[in-house]
Design a protein around this ligand. Structure first.
Ligand code: 13P
Ligand code: 13P
Ligand code: MG
Ligand code: MG
Length: 368
């Protein structure tokens, strides 16, 4: 079977009316650029957006972190950023944090999720993109789908799934290099949970089948403030998940998104809000949110994509969206107070630091 690489590279390079959605002209520019310059690099591609983030999904034979693939996407985003600037859009070029391209886009702003796979005779996969949140937003859904028989019936019904999965988890607080740990389900699920509870620090980078050694999940781990040193937008993540056969079924991967769990992001990337599953090419609204996630299903054969199918475009998810909207309303009622706003460790990249510095001088120590 042929080796194929699935790549998603995603960036916010400007949006209409605030952090809402990119313009049609920007999307067209990205598609046109990839179509013209991608010949001989990509086998197939798909361009779409989630909130203000444009994602380029591609298939090719060049492996992960390939400079030609990454440069092509980087340059396509530059084209879109040029248009955003011309149209006076907000945050034109927001995620293009470096002025010159070097090797691959990791550490330059855009989010990346890639995996090189041995294509199965039938190769279904899911492409997730989230906006107004951070990479840790995928921690809980991945834990539930890859560790919990309450969500993945396959742990009871399939002897292959029962052998478990290896989680590769990154400590994103460590900025000098990639700091990772490998933990195995099912034996170490409590250790996995102990890390994944902290969405801001420990992030799932990939998941591998212990039965076959195959990679099942690749997720982005970029932290923009680590690159920029200040708040420049949230690290809206992307993720690829292969499904069926030796992996959880598509529906087992999707079902945790019915929770609408509270994640970091929302207004100014500084609040907690419930993650709402939305349809393809959805925009953003209420309080720059709520945090949203889209999911498109594809099949791939010899690198040729069939799809997408918009999996959250179904009456069941309308019901979920209503419930999640209620959760959003509930937490917004308490404004900046307590759990509704992120802790200072996350806010220290924003302007609130200046206020605290000023106020610190006005504090006095009362004499006993
Ligand atoms: P089929 O029997 O339709 O292939 O479905 C199997 C399955 O995995 C459903 O989750
Ligand atoms: P983005 O990270 O999606 O650009 O959103 C930034 C923001 O501050 C929204 O209020
Ligand atoms: Mg933005
Ligand atoms: Mg965004």
């Amino acid at each position: 079977m042929a080796k194929i690489t699935l790549s998603v590279i995603k960036a916010d390079v400007g949006s209409i009316g605030g952090h809402i959605k990119p313009s049609d002209e920007m999307i067209d520019a990205v598609k046109r650029y990839i179509k013209n310059k991608g010949k001989g690099i990509f086998i197939d591609f798909y361009v779409g957006y989630t909130g203000d983030d444009i994602a380029i999904l591609s298939t090719h034979k060049k492996g992960v972190l390939n400079s030609k693939v990454h440069k092509l996407c980087w340059d396509a985003f530059l084209e879109a950023a040029k248009i955003a600037k011309k149209q006076g859009l907000y945050g034109a070029g927001q995620d293009l944090l470096k002025s010159s391209f070097s090797g691959n886009v990791k550490g330059m702003g855009p989010a990346v999720a890639e995996m090189e796979i041995e294509e199965r005779p039938a190769e279904p996969f899911l492409f997730f993109a989230a906006d107004k949140t951070e990479p840790g937003a995928f921690n809980l859904p991945l834990y539930l789908s890859f560790c919990d028989p309450m969500y993945t019936a396959g742990f009871i019904l399939s002897p292959v799934l029962k052998q478990g999965f290896t989680f590769v988890i990154m400590d994103v607080a460590y900025t000098k290099a990639d700091k990772i740990i490998k933990l195995n389900s099912p034996e170490e699920i409590y250790d996995i949970a102990a890390l994944l509870r902290d969405n801001g620090r420990f992030v799932v980078e990939s998941i591998w089948s212990r039965a076959t050694g195959e990679q099942v999940v690749s997720a982005s781990t970029t932290r923009l403030h680590n690159i920029a040193g200040k708040y420049v937008g949230k690290d809206d993540p992307v993720m690829l998940v292969r499904t069926q056969k030796n992996f959880p079924a598509t529906g087992e991967i999707l079902c945790p998104y019915a929770i609408g769990h509270y994640v970091a992001g929302f207004m100014r990337g500084s609040h907690a809000g419930p993650l709402m599953p939305v349809k393809k090419n959805s925009s953003i609204s209420f309080f720059d949110g709520p945090p949203v996630v889209s999911c498109l299903a594809f099949s791939v054969r010899n690198g040729k994509l069939t799809g997408p199918v918009d999996v959250f475009d179904h009456p069941y998810w309308d019901y979920v969206r209503n419930k999640v909207a209620k959760k959003a309303e509930e937490i917004r009622r308490q404004g900046f107070s307590g759990q509704a706003m992120l802790p200072m460790t996350e806010l220290e990249y924003t302007g609130v630091v200046e206020t605290l510095k000023k106020l610190e001088k006005r504090f006095t120590i009362r004499k006993k």
